[in-house]
Design a protein around this ligand. Structure first.
Ligand code: GLA
Length: 398
């Protein structure tokens, strides 16, 4: 080899090593913000806000933990018991610590965490990347991140939802990473749920910062609110992955203002979208119909599939839509959705769901709990009532 060639090879090698080092530095500095190993599948559990708002106390939280176990929900994976806004006194103590509200949580949060852990469950809490939380009834953590993260860790907290109100006009991309680092330093793995409502497209920067990020404003218990949140969340499907999930907000199933079919659509879309499955009803008092939805093991299994691919709308025709996501085991999850107020026939074609047109497919109907006798080639058609869906898992057999 000539001297020149030798020098060129050496230079090239040095450059490759430098690029690798730079990549490694970026990767490690990115990773070092939040490496808690949590959220390998979307989190499942309950949150107080949608049903109770500020009307919470330790008795309600304990009874909810009891109900998660006695109903069998905890066995299905619902493990987080998450306290939302209004759990703390308006002022910090003289050392600057957050103080649980005496009138509602007289035994303190540590005792509650011990109780919840004793049932094999996990406890979540709520704060805000601002000066107050959204109700303005308690302080936020802006400027107190390390102190609050330490407090949460010392109480045995497992999940932090971190809201976006009263933020002094500072960008979320500045405020949220400060809490990520504080949680890492606090020495307890705490699932970090960013709740900046999609303001700055958190899907694009959330992965090294948190385990999930809200992509929407608050959900309410009616069809249009629910379905529009599913739509907004779908735009970010590419970003979801084990350890970091898009969050279209918590479930309203069981709160009473949607029909059974609409709640089935709600639960199905959240499941196929790999959204957190955080129940938002009073699980101490649920109807059979509510239980039938939230205990559907086959739908939950789609949500918890190890691949973690979030569904996309692969086809739209007016009010008719096909949503699809790849699953492990060469299977595909498909939702046929009728958003109209009329009955409609709707067809899912193989070329929309990335199947060869010749493929013979076995279809499992996840709400009827039956494997259809017919095998399908090329497409599958169903007739749907207004505001309803069909949810299938398709398995190629030839
Ligand atoms: C914001 C959040 C909600 C809830 C309330 C509590 O609106 O987006 O999910 O936490 O604050 O005040």
């Amino acid at each position: 080899m000539g001297k020149r060639r030798c020098a060129a090879v050496a230079l090239a090698t040095i450059m490759v090593v430098m690029v690798e080092l730079a990549t490694l530095t970026v990767a490690t500095s990115r990773r070092s913000m939040l490496t808690n190993g949590l959220g390998m599948t979307p989190p499942m559990g309950w949150n107080s806000w949608n049903h109770f708002g500020c009307n919470i106390d330790e008795k309600t939280i304990r009874e909810t933990a009891d109900a998660l176990v006695s109903t069998g929900l905890s066995k299905l994976g619902y493990e987080y018991v998450n306290i939302d806004d209004c759990w703390a006194e308006f002022s910090r103590d003289d050392k600057g610590n957050l103080v649980p509200k005496k009138s509602a949580f007289p035994s303190g949060i540590k005792a509650l965490a011990d109780y919840v852990h004793g049932k094999g469950l996990k406890l979540g809490i709520y704060s805000d990347a601002g000066y107050f939380t959204c109700t303005r009834k308690m302080p936020g953590s802006l400027g107190h991140e390390e102190q609050d993260a330490k407090t949460f860790a010392s109480w045995g907290i497992d999940y932090l939802k971190y809201d976006n109100c009263y933020n002094g006009g500072l960008k979320p991309t500045v405020r949220y990473p400060v809490m990520s680092r504080a949680l890492m330093k606090a020495g307890r793995p705490i699932f970090f749920s960013l709740c900046e409502w999609g303001d700055m497209h958190p899907a694009t920067w959330g992965a090294p910062v948190g385990n999930s990020w809200r992509t929407t404003n608050d959900i309410a218990d009616y069809w249009q609110s629910m379905i529009s949140r599913a739509d907004q969340n779908e735009a970010y499907a590419e970003y979801a992955r084990p350890g970091g999930w898009n969050d279209p907000d918590m479930l309203e199933v069981g709160n009473g203002r949607m029909t059974q079919d609409e709640y089935i659509v709600h639960f199905s879309l959240w499941a196929i979208s790999k959204a957190p499955l955080l129940l938002g009803c009073d699980i101490r008092n649920m109807t059979k119909e509510t239980m039938a939805i939230i205990t559907n093991k086959e739908v939950i299994a789609v949500n918890q599939d190890p691949y973690g691919f979030q569904a996309k709308k692969v086809r739209m025709q007016g009010d008719l839509e096909i949503w699809a996501a790849r699953l492990s085991g060469y299977r595909i999850a498909v939702i046929l959705l009728n958003r109209a107020s009329f009955r409609y026939r709707i067809t899912a074609s193989w070329d929309d769901i990335e199947l060869d047109p010749e493929t013979v497919v076995e279809a499992r109907d996840l709400w009827e709990h039956e494997t259809l006798r017919t095998h399908f080639v090329g497409n599958l058609t169903a007739t749907l009532a207004p505001h309803s869906c069909k949810f299938y898992v398709l398995k190629p057999i030839a």
